[in-house]
Design a protein around this ligand. Structure first.
Ligand SMILES: C[S@@+](CC[C@H](N)C(=O)[O-])C[C@H]1O[C@@H](n2cnc3c(N)ncnc32)[C@H](O)[C@@H]1O
Length: 207
């Protein structure tokens, strides 16, 4: 259900059960192939995929040789991801957990953040941005696809989602220098099947 602080676990579980998953591309996000070809995603890279959904992205990274930990708190998402990996003969850790509580045993090399942040109500963004920072080792990288879905209601102060619009200025405030090194814009705009776009950028944890 939708609570005053956004969707809960049951909301997402129901979406999967009713097959109402318009965010699901049916294949890995296109930015993954670009990041594989330029070496950003490389064999041996220890990477988390928070809010992994049905697991297309986790599978693509596992097949590229990354050491993947996929996290989701909807049982259906966990089951779909495990099935997808097994069907492909690929290996990844799939963890049923809340991304606002989960912590890796060892700091990670990278996080692939795509449509998990925008699935969280803004009330959770400060906590989530702090978790992302804690998950990574110094020098670790946040591979981000920042959902751009500004709605007219924002002009009246309405907070509408999911997905919630990921304003670039808000991201700078929650992932600030000098804790993070930001690339210079413009950022690549990746079309999303739901009609929005995502900004692709790689941030480095500096401190
Ligand atoms: C919009 S879907 C995106 C799924 C996947 N990244 C994709 O693009 O296909 C958001 C996913 O995040 C998961 N999710 C939302 N909030 C979560 C939380 N607090 N902890 C763990 N998973 C969460 C949902 O269960 C859902 O699978």
């Amino acid at each position: 259900m939708q609570t005053p602080h956004g969707p809960d676990r049951g909301f997402w579980q129901q979406r999967f059960e009713r097959q109402q998953t318009p965010w699901d591309r049916g294949s890995a996000g296109p930015q993954i192939a670009r990041w594989i070809s330029d070496g950003t995603l490389a064999p041996g890279l220890r990477i988390a995929v928070p809010g992994c959904g049905s697991g297309h992205d986790a599978l693509a990274m596992a097949q590229a040789g990354c050491v993947v930990t996929a996290i989701d708190y909807a049982d259906a998402a966990v089951a779909l991801t495990r099935q997808r990996l097994a069907a492909a003969g690929a290996t990844a850790e799939v963890v049923p957990a809340d991304v606002l509580a989960w912590q890796p045993a060892l700091p990670l090399d990278a996080v692939y953040e795509q449509t998990c942040w925008c699935a969280l109500h803004p009330d959770h963004w400060q906590a989530y941005s702090q978790r992302l920072h804690h998950w990574l080792r110094p020098g670790g990288r946040l591979l981000m696809l920042a959902m751009q879905c500004l709605r007219p209601g924002a002009a009246e102060g309405r907070i509408e989602g999911p997905p919630y619009h990921m304003d670039i200025q808000m991201l700078r405030a929650l992932l600030p220098a000098p804790q993070w090194s930001w690339p210079a814009p413009p950022y690549e705009r990746v079309p999303h099947p739901a009609g929005w776009t995502e900004l692709a950028l790689v941030l480095t944890k500096t401190a």
